[in-house]
Design a protein around this ligand. Structure first.
Ligand code: NDP
Ligand code: GDR
Length: 345
């Protein structure tokens, strides 16, 4: 019998890839989106699944318990993937309360609805390496102590512990995936990798002059989003609810990602300047291409993240398949294609 899943945040990067994955496996998918005057489904359009007969797009308010109950009742879903969130760390410093409502409490409404309607439903919570924040151990694993450094990280920590708590208190199949950064051509342009690849594409076409960034020294463990949504799916097929880290176990600086992206358009960078005003120039022409702008610094920064996915490898047979060099290449390539076609979200 085919399965039915609810995916909150269908319009986001992971929601789109996860829906693609589940539909290909014969699932019926209820993809939720928020009501706005101009809903944008560019990601599922790009994946070619918007009109899939087994995809039902449903308007859903993350902070309305009645909506959650009715959605669960009417869909008869057996799996829920809670991906919707105010997911941008930088914005969470300006909108901590909204972030708490959506990113933190959003999970509570769904867990309460599951508890009320059908405790047999399997629930996936999109937890994050941002919960490790000021890291207490290297690399980070499932039981590394948390120390979030942003309102986003704090909100996610609430949702994470609530998932664990409902697992222990009410015997609900609540699983939490602590996912490290994962990127793709469907990444939002506010996040650093896509900001870089889109700007590099534009520079290569004479549509932009300069890439302005914040902290180039931040280190991240970057993987490919399509691999990570497969990890989410496997977590809900596992025989017990649990917590899993998904990561590549390799960390690089933002500066390295900038270099990899420029290499795709045959530019090698030279770095110079002071820490706050670092610049990157084209080694051949001397042209200024990258500049640090302290406006993009965060009030509190997560300096480094690197995860060990050994548990996911052992229990789920999960492996990341895309190296950072390949990821940068496919993102720049996609952005050149889009900019050539005259659009870029
Ligand atoms: P995106 O930002 O691409 O997608 C977020 C989704 O949440 C979008 O569908 C967005 O809708 C929706 N959303 C945002 N605000 C609201 C709101 N107020 N009401 C309803 N829906 C809302 O994130 P990703 O796909 O990258 O990430 C998916 C989840 O995984 C998120 O919870 C994120 O925090 C978490 N995560 C992501 C990681 C990553 O590296 N990508 C790593 C670890 C965790 P809209 O399109 O309308 O804005
Ligand atoms: P992050 O991703 O905060 O790790 O959260 P982001 O790409 O925004 O930042 C990564 C690092 O790059 C530094 N940085 C910049 N970041 C942005 N956005 N813009 C810049 O110009 C810039 N310059 C330097 C940041 O300071 C940071 O150190 C992402 C989100 O997807 C979260 O939802 C998710 O939980 C975590 O990844 C894991």
């Amino acid at each position: 019998m085919s399965k039915t899943a609810i995916v909150t945040g269908i319009s986001g990067q992971d929601g789109a890839y996860l829906a693609e994955n589940l539909l290909a496996r014969g699932y019926k998918v209820y993809g939720t989106y928020r009501r706005t005057s101009s809903v944008n489904f560019w990601r599922i359009d790009e994946l070619g699944i918007t009109d899939h007969p087994n995809l039902k797009l449903v308007e859903y308010d993350l902070t309305d318990l009645g909506s959650a109950i009715r959605l669960i009742e009417s869909s008869e879903a057996t799996e829920i993937y809670n991906l919707a969130a105010q997911s941008f760390v930088g914005v969470s410093f300006d909108q901590p309360i909204t972030t708490g409502h959506i990113t933190g409490l959003g999970a509570a409404y769904l867990l309460e609805a599951i508890r009320t309607v059908n405790r047999g439903i399997r629930f996936y919570q999109a937890s994050t390496s941002e919960m490790f924040g000021k890291v207490q151990a290297i690399p980070q694993v499932e039981d590394t102590p948390f120390y979030p450094r942003s309102p986003y990280g704090v909100a996610k920590l609430y949702a994470h512990w609530l998932t664990v708590n409902y697992r222990e208190s009410f015997d609900i199949f609540g699983t939490s995936g602590i996912l490290f950064n994962h990127e793709s051509p469907l990444r939002g342009r506010e996040f650093v990798t896509r900001k870089i690849t889109d700007t590099v594409a534009k520079i290569s076409m004479g549509k932009a002059e300069l890439l302005e960034l914040g902290n180039l020294d931040a280190k991240r463990d970057w993987g490919f989003a399509r691999d990570y949504v497969e990890g989410m799916r496997r977590m809900l097929q596992h025989d017990i609810p649990d917590t899993f880290v998904l990561a590549t176990n390799r960390m690089e600086t933002v500066r390295t990602f900038v270099e990899l992206a420029f290499r795709q358009i045959d530019i090698e960078l030279d770095w110079s300047g002071s820490e706050d005003q670092e610049t990157g120039t084209d080694r051949k022409t001397g042209k200024l291409l990258v500049r640090v702008n302290p406006d993009f610094y965060r009030p509190a920064e997560v300096e480094l993240l690197i995860g060990d996915p050994a548990k996911a490898r052992r229990d789920l047979g999960w492996e990341p398949t895309v190296q950072l060099e390949e990821l940068a290449a496919l993102m720049v390539e996609a952005d050149i294609r889009r900019n050539t076609a005259g659009w870029s979200f």
